[in-house]
Design a protein around this ligand. Structure first.
Ligand code: FES
Length: 181
């Protein structure tokens, strides 16, 4: 018995062309996606950016340079504006400023570098003294006695039109190297 041979030709594979309408739909959707992304990025930045702008510091006018006596520390009021996300709060700090004979002013953070207590100027002794654990600093902020691991922290300061401008910063207490918080 002989096998029957099917002589019909196999149909060639056909490639179904993508309908033109579907192609244009795809292009339009892609374009809309790009536009949406372009609008979303600035919006997200606008919404999220304040969250990352915590504790923004800026120059604050703390008084006239002429009112600071030469060689005698003056305690000045610094009104700090703190931005925490969308919340803006104000807090007052009592910073120390020392004016040199040449008019240059050094400003110290009000926090003792040992554990952050507030210290005072002893006029009679001409030293800064911390009441908490007995650290003592000289007029230039150097440690004279006590457990303070480093000199008093200096704050950025500048004079503009006779006014003393200060940027308030806080530093890690109890460590030898100055490290901003
Ligand atoms: S906090 Fe000033 S000596 Fe300890």
């Amino acid at each position: 018995m002989s096998e029957k041979v099917d002589h019909r030709m196999e149909a060639p594979e056909t490639v179904t062309p993508v309908p033109r309408r579907r192609f244009f739909q795809w292009v339009i959707q892609a374009a809309m996606g790009v536009i949406a992304l372009g609008l979303a990025i600035p919006f997200v930045g606008y919404v999220m950016f304040p969250v990352f702008k915590r504790r923004e510091s800026s120059w604050v006018d703390v008084g006239s340079r002429d009112e600071i006596p030469v060689g005698e520390p003056a305690q000045l009021e610094y009104v700090a504006t703190i931005h925490d996300g969308y919340v803006e709060t104000k807090s007052q700090k009592a910073i120390w400023a020392v004016k040199q004979p040449d008019g240059e002013v050094t400003v110290f953070s009000p926090m003792c570098t040992h554990l952050g207590c507030g210290y005072t100027w002893d006029r009679g002794d001409r030293k800064f003294k911390c009441p908490c654990h007995g650290s003592v600093f000289d007029l230039s902020g150097q440690v004279l006695a006590g457990p303070a691991p480093r000199p008093l922290d200096r704050l950025p300061a500048k004079i503009e039109n006779g006014r003393l401008l200060v940027t308030y910063k806080e530093f890690k207490a109890g460590v030898r190297e100055q490290s901003e918080l």
